[in-house]
Design a binder for this molecule. Structure first.
Ligand SMILES: NC(=O)C1=CN([C@@H]2O[C@H](COP(=O)(O)OP(=O)(O)OC[C@H]3O[C@@H](n4cnc5c(N)ncnc54)[C@H](O)[C@@H]3O)[C@@H](O)[C@H]2O)C=CC1
Ligand SMILES: O=C(CO)COP(=O)(O)O
Length: 339
């Protein structure tokens, strides 16, 4: 029996646990143990096979159980998938480290950048767990949790610097409605997932301002250029951005009413403050917290990210949403593609 731990029983952790349980592979059957912060959520998953706070009535496979104890979840697991909010991940990793089996692979499902350090989650994991790069992977792509939980087909990317490890993780999550591709560009895949949340905030602001599809397509396309510029300066690959974790996720998130980041942006665009939006949302909208960290990382590397900069100014109450479009349009004219 292969034992897999999923830490975080929110919408993506619960859905990815279902993906793992429904995966079709030649290896031994899989036992999935989730860690939930709240004991009542753990009990509901184990006894009722649902997680009604996040996934409504959608049934979870019986091979999934849950606990509110991290050590119990992680002990003997050969794969540990992390689906916690980015700003809180580091605080849980000492407990993970103490229970981690030798050789276990740790997979980040998280699309956020740590404030204060500017670190990607794979870097936070490497630092705290002291793992080599072949034991750290990332899953990212056009993966709106609710659609996948309903069994609607999607593709995704498993990124690991070690191709064989990426293939191993991909085999464990591949199934009838989830098709993972592998990539060794961990930096590019992570930056794509982080920045698309901020671009989705900007697209949501357009929605809130009742701007049309030309405006949103312009933001999406120039947003992709911003994400690509940052990633390539950090060592990521250009081609990743025309792939599933780049363009694919950006399109899915910016187009979908299911996206929490786009929803948060719409509320900002309607005039709510960042604090009011946070109170209104019950789930994680990573872009709200990561935007400032992304801007600081970009500035440290002299990368221009005007859309991200404008979103940060809105979030920090320094720019009114009515002025965001005129600010972006008044910038100095440029070549579309950098020489
Ligand atoms: N929901 C989605 O469609 C997708 C989400 N992701 C990413 O997965 C990560 C997790 O997101 P979701 O599961 O959607 O979020 P969520 O808000 O639905 O769930 C977050 C989970 O983390 C738990 N948690 C543990 N410690 C916490 C703390 N200190 N503060 C707040 N919550 C804490 C919550 O109890 C909850 O179970 C994010 O980085 C997100 O960008 C990635 C792909 C798809
Ligand atoms: O990452 C996601 C889809 O790939 C989910 O987006 P939101 O976090 O905006 O809901």
């Amino acid at each position: 029996m292969t034992r897999i731990a999923v830490l975080g029983a929110g919408s993506w952790g619960s859905t990815f646990a279902k993906v793992l349980a429904d995966a079709v592979h030649d290896g031994p059957p899989t036992e999935i143990v989730m860690w939930a912060r709240r004991s009542e959520v753990a009990e509901e998953i184990t006894r009722e096979h649902t997680n009604s706070s996040y996934l409504g009535e959608i049934p979870l496979p019986e091979s999934i159980t849950a606990t509110d104890d991290i050590t119990t979840a992680v002990t003997d697991a050969e794969l540990i998938a992390l689906a916690l909010p980015a700003q809180h991940l580091r605080g849980y990793l000492a407990e993970v480290k103490a229970a981690l089996a030798p050789g276990a692979v740790v997979v980040s499902l998280i699309k956020g950048l740590e404030r204060g350090t500017g670190k990607r989650m794979s870097e936070v994991i490497a630092e705290e767990l002291e793992l080599p790069e072949q034991q750290i992977a990332v899953v990212s792509g056009p993966n709106l949790a609710m659609e996948i939980a309903r069994g609607e087909p999607t593709a995704s990317v498993v990124a690991c610097r070690d191709e064989a490890a990426a293939e191993h993780v991909a085999a464990l999550c591949s199934g009838a409605y989830f098709r993972p591709y592998t990539n060794t560009d961990v930096t590019g895949v992570e930056i794509a997932g982080i920045v698309k949340n901020i671009i989705a905030l900007a697209v949501g602001i357009c929605d809130g301002q009742e701007l049309g599809d030309n405006s949103k397509a312009s933001v999406i396309t120039r947003g992709l250029a911003e994400a690509t510029r940052l990633a390539t300066v950090l060592g990521g690959r250009l081609e990743t951005f025309s792939g599933l974790s780049g363009l694919g996720d950006l399109v899915a998130t910016c187009a979908s009413p299911l996206s929490r980041n786009r929803t948060a942006g719409r509320l900002l665009g309607q005039g709510l403050s960042a604090e009011e939006v946070t109170t209104e949302l019950t789930q994680t909208a990573e872009g709200m917290k990561s935007a400032r960290a992304v801007l600081e990382l970009a500035q440290a590397h002299e990368v221009e990210m005007p859309i991200c900069q404008a979103v940060v100014a809105v979030l920090e109450g320094k720019l009114s949403v009515e002025n965001i479009a005129s600010l972006l349009l008044a910038r100095e004219l440029k070549k579309e593609v950098a020489p």
